[in-house]
Design a protein around this ligand. Structure first.
Ligand SMILES: [Fe+2]
Length: 178
């Protein structure tokens, strides 16, 4: 590496770049998934959910930009291509096509379960490496968790239960909530 952030070792910078690259592909996949839902949701309450998703797309695209530029700041070269997403993701493509509001939101809740858990894991991995990178991930996670609450609030009963609570796949969640 020709440079990295002052006071950071090359070895730590390389480790951070690896963590950030996986999260960058995660964010790139997430904003595509959100648009896919924006385009495929149908039925009662369509407009509320269709319009609720776009600000989150903008936020998530912005977060991808922040992580990509952090990679460059640390001396790395961010990969922002579709191939990078394919190479790095350990999760399946979003599996629901045209479907109603409740189905998509239940499936999206599972998407956020996985995404937020991975961001939290990156927070843990950066703890000893770089508090500045960790701070970025912490701020992003708080906002993503808030949006997941928006999603869940549409599905939640008055007693706080979720119809898809025991679901392990998007399809199971969609079926349980519809
Ligand atoms: Fe649109």
């Amino acid at each position: 590496m020709t440079f990295t952030a002052p006071g950071l070792s090359d070895a730590n910078a390389k480790e951070l770049i690896k963590i950030l690259q996986e999260r960058l592909s995660g964010l790139n996949d997430l904003h595509l998934t959100l648009k896919h839902i924006h385009w495929n949701v149908v039925g009662p309450n369509f407009i509320g959910v269709h319009e609720m998703i776009d600000p989150q797309v903008t936020l998530v695209r912005g977060y991808a930009d922040v992580l990509a530029e952090r990679i460059a700041t640390l001396g790395g070269s961010p990969r922002g291509t579709a191939r990078a997403i394919e190479d790095e993701r350990t999760w399946d493509d979003y599996s629901i096509g045209r479907d109603n509001v409740q189905s998509h939101l239940a499936a999206l809740d599972l998407v956020y379960d996985g995404f937020v858990a991975s961001h939290r894991s990156a927070i843990e991995s950066t703890e000893a490496l770089d508090p500045v990178t960790q701070d970025i991930l912490i701020g992003q996670t708080a906002e993503l968790e808030k949006f997941q609450w928006f999603v869940r609030a549409h599905l939640e009963s008055a007693s706080g239960g979720l119809p898809h609570a025991d679901s392990h796949t998007e399809r199971q969640a969609a079926a349980a909530a519809s």
